[in-house]
Each structure stands twice: as C-alpha cells, then as structure tokens.
Design a protein around this ligand. Structure first.
Ligand SMILES: CC(C)(COP(=O)(O)OP(=O)(O)OC[C@H]1O[C@@H](n2cnc3c(N)ncnc32)[C@H](O)[C@@H]1OP(=O)(O)O)[C@@H](O)C(=O)NCCC(=O)NCCS
Length: 240
C-alpha cells in the first residue's frame, strides 16, 4: 500500500485566522503602511507508511540527506531496501522531494545480529530528516507510521545507536545529549533501552541498544533477541 497518510501525532499547521477587523483609519499625513508580503504557505510534508521501490525511485533526495551516504547513493540503498520482502522504507516527502525516511531491514550480516535464527528480528537501520525540516515532528510522524499498522507486532525491532552516526555539529549538542534526544524519539515509538554485551555498542556511553518487543512476538523470537544481545563474551576485567 502506498497511499499517503498523515500519521497519528502529525501536527497540522494552524489555520490562519482571517483578519477580523478593518484597519483603523490613518491620521492625515501618516505614512502608507508597507505592503504585506503575501502569506507563503509551506507545502505539506506527506508520510507514506510503506513506500514502493518505484515510488521512492521517482523522488529527488533532499541535498541535506547526507548523514549516512551522499543523497543519491542513500536513495539507491533505500530503493533496494524497499524491494527486499523483509525491508520497509517509510518516507516523508514534499513536492516530489524526499525529506526524511526510516529504513527497516533484516539484521546486518556483519554484526552478531546477523546470526538471527528466527528470521523475525528486524533492524531499524536508520532514521534521517533533512536539516531544514528538523524539529517539525517529522521523525515522530515517520516512526508512528512505522508501527501504526501493527506489522511489527509479531517481531522484535531493534536499533543500535552509534554516536558516530550522530549529527552533533548541526544539532549543536553533546553526544550524550544527542543519545538522550534519540532515546526520547525511539521511546515514543515503543522502543526501550536494553543492556548488551555488543562491544561496538559498549564502546561509548553515548551509544545504546534499543528495541521494541512486539506484543505478539513469539517467545522464540524474544528469546533469540535476548540471546544475541548477550552473545558477545564479556571482555575480561581490565581488557581494552
Ligand atoms: C534525529 C532526527 C531524525 C530527528 O528528526 P526530527 O524530525 O528533527 O525529529 P522530531 O522533530 O520529530 O523530534 C523528535 C524528538 O526529538 C526532539 N528533538 C529533535 N531535535 C532536537 C534538538 N535539536 N534538540 C533537542 N531535542 C530535539 C524533539 O523535541 C522531539 O521530542 P518530543 O517528541 O519529546 O517533543 C534528525 O535530527 C536527523 O536526521 N539527524 C541525523 C541522523 C541521525 O542522527 N539519525 C539517528 C541515528 S540513526
């Protein structure tokens, strides 16, 4: 389904009240008021909960979507994820421009999560909103749309938060503050923080493992998630 939808929690722009009163009569000799700028209405940002590959491929990536790869390459990667039967891309777009997305895919092979024996662990691989569109609730809308259809209620969706992905410069915050911001964002979508032995996650206090255990996730899938999050051996005391 590719129908555009305004996800729950979307804040619609407040409707402008028409001018209620006529302007007061000017004093003789008073200056002409400056002509009002015509009201510029920002085009709406639409969220599509499951973008078809062809839909994505027809969009122009916003030049600021460069956090993980150059925008054109990131779009190509998103088209591949959308074409994967176990992948999903939720998009935010305006006037044919991709301004934000969330990507879900099977666990990355190179990490211990790739050893998932159940095939029902899902990695929330990335969420990105173009800089000029941040702080407008778009990431919240994207994540709400991702879970609204219950499609992940029988799965465990996890996200590894790595500080080297954070856009600290543009956000103007410390890595720990950024982690707190992401935790709040993901908690809003039902993910929680879990301890893990994953060395990459543990390599910085600004990293975290978060996951949403779907309310109908089979016990074997939940058990596999817990097995994998503890799969790496604890480093011996005093080791690097
Ligand atoms: C993280 C990111 C996706 C947030 O997108 P966004 O559209 O600006 O987020 P929203 O406007 O929906 O806000 C989400 C929450 O974060 C908070 N937030 C967003 N930007 C913030 C900032 N600069 N300072 C403090 N809080 C901030 C919002 O207040 C909101 O919290 P609330 O729901 O409690 O009000 C965006 O900053 C981004 O693309 N960053 C680069 C990529 C990245 O870091 N991805 C995550 C790692 S994969």
């Amino acid at each position: 389904m590719t129908a555009d939808e305004a996800a729950p929690g979307a804040r619609e722009p407040a409707a402008r009240e028409p001018a209620a009163r006529e302007p007061a009569a000017r004093e003789p000799g008073a200056r002409e008021p400056a002509a009002r700028e015509p009201a510029v209405r920002e085009p709406a940002v639409h969220v599509t909960a499951r973008a078809a590959p062809a839909h994505l491929a027809a969009l122009t990536p916003h030049p600021g979507l460069d956090r993980f790869r150059p925008p054109a390459r990131q779009l190509a990667a998103l088209v591949d994820i959308a074409a994967d039967p176990r992948g999903r891309v939720v998009v935010a777009e305006t006037n044919g421009t991709l301004v934000g997305y969330v990507a879900f895919h099977p666990p990355t092979e190179v990490e211990s999560w790739g050893a998932d024996a159940t095939g029902q662990l899902v990695e929330l691989g990335a969420v990105e909103v173009a800089p000029g569109f941040r702080g407008q609730n778009i990431a919240n809308r994207l994540l709400a749309a991702s879970f609204a259809d219950g499609g992940y209620d029988d799965a465990v969706v996890f996200a590894t938060l790595y500080s080297w992905h954070y856009d600290l410069q543009r956000a103007g915050m410390s890595d720990l503050a950024y982690r707190r911001m992401l935790e709040r964002l993901y908690r809003g979508a039902g993910l929680e923080v879990f301890p893990t032995t994953d060395e990459e996650v543990r390599s910085s206090a600004a990293n975290a493992l978060m996951a949403r255990i779907g309310p109908r996730a089979p016990a074997a899938v939940v058990a596999e998630f817990h097995r994998l999050r503890k799969a790496q051996r604890e480093p011996p005391p005093g080791a690097w």
